[in-house]
Ligand binder design. Structure first.
Ligand code: NCD
Length: 303
């Protein structure tokens, strides 16, 4: 039995197969409409979510399966003090596969050790968010035809953003990737990531100004300042609008640069950018459903 905890749990070759399947689902949705008939997905969300939970639910429903779960830890037995290990043992009797989001880093991993069904990490604290990474990679591969030889700018909250940490760790396996980390000093990417890049000899730069590096970028990954992970409100208020991507900044960018964002957006991308053909964040949300469909089929060994 296989789980997904970390984007590196799949090899580059396995990811290619998964993305080919996701693209096939995109082209021929009818072919897969009953692939999960009789199967049940449990969504166990101990932390707020719109996209991740609903895209999992949409994915399973589009495969013909059914969904059970909870979206708020206060409405589950966690509120009575039950451990994730006990919860997953019980959920294993009710469902065939589980997507779990938790504010504590490593909680889905602890659950997977006691689980009788595949567990998917749907985000664990500030740590990893592997299915968002699969979504990001599928979007880039589908819109640009490859995952190598890009200069990618990651902008915003690089300290707490789990989508950022996951995406960097996945992209280092492709040749010719160069990272530009664009953040205020307080929200710089954690040391364990820059150390890993140094060890692997992967080029990166840390800068504060988005405008300055904009013309170099092939991909721009914007992120929200992660309010819920700040220790004090004052710091959040000071940093939340540090970057706002607007049409004037887009004029500095390459004509074929892609703007990605895991969403939800707060103020970091002005709505006027939405109509720019380079804005790919709503397409990205659509790819999130295809890739989760492909992942469910793969983990349930139905392909
Ligand atoms: C992200 C997350 O939950 O980490 N959202 C998502 O799953 N698409 C990003 C965020 O909340 O900023």
């Amino acid at each position: 039995m296989r789980h997904l905890m970390n984007p590196l749990d799949f090899s580059v070759c396995e990811l290619d197969t998964l993305f080919d399947l996701a693209n096939d689902i995109e082209r021929n949705p009818k072919k897969y409409a009953h692939a999960c008939d009789g199967k049940i997905l449990a969504t166990c969300f101990y932390e707020p979510s719109t996209r991740t939970r609903l895209s999992f639910e949409s994915a399973m429903t589009r495969l013909g399966g059914r969904v059970i779960g909870f979206a708020d830890q206060n409405s589950s037995s966690a509120a009575k003090g039950e451990s994730v290990s006990d919860t997953i043992r019980v959920i294993s009797c009710y469902a065939d596969i589980c997507a779990m989001r938790h504010p504590k880093e490593g909680a889905p991993m602890v659950a997977s050790e006691k689980s009788g069904i595949p567990v998917i990490n749907a985000g664990d604290g500030g740590h990893y968010h592997p299915t968002q990474t699969l979504t990001d990679l599928l979007t880039i591969r589908s819109l640009r035809g490859r995952l190598d030889h890009f200069t990618i700018g990651l902008c915003g909250d690089l300290k707490f953003g789990r989508t950022v940490h996951s995406l960097i760790s996945a992209l280092v396996r492709y040749p010719g990737i160069r990272f530009l980390f664009i953040s205020p000093d307080e929200l710089r990417v954690p040391d364990y990531i820059t150390e890993m890049l140094k060890e692997k000899g992967i080029p990166y730069e840390e800068v504060i100004s988005l405008e300055e590096v904009m013309p170099q970028l092939d991909l721009l990954y914007m992120t929200r300042v992660q309010k819920e992970r700040f220790f004090n409100e004052e710091d959040y208020v000071r940093l939340k609008d540090f970057y706002i991507l607007d049409p004037a900044k887009m004029e500095l960018a390459k004509e074929d640069m892609l703007v990605l964002h895991p969403l939800p957006r707060v103020n970091e991308i002005s709505v006027e950018v939405d109509d720019d053909p380079r804005a790919a964040y709503f397409k990205q949300a659509q790819y999130g459903v295809y890739v989760r469909m492909a992942l469910i089929l793969t983990l349930l060994e139905l392909v």
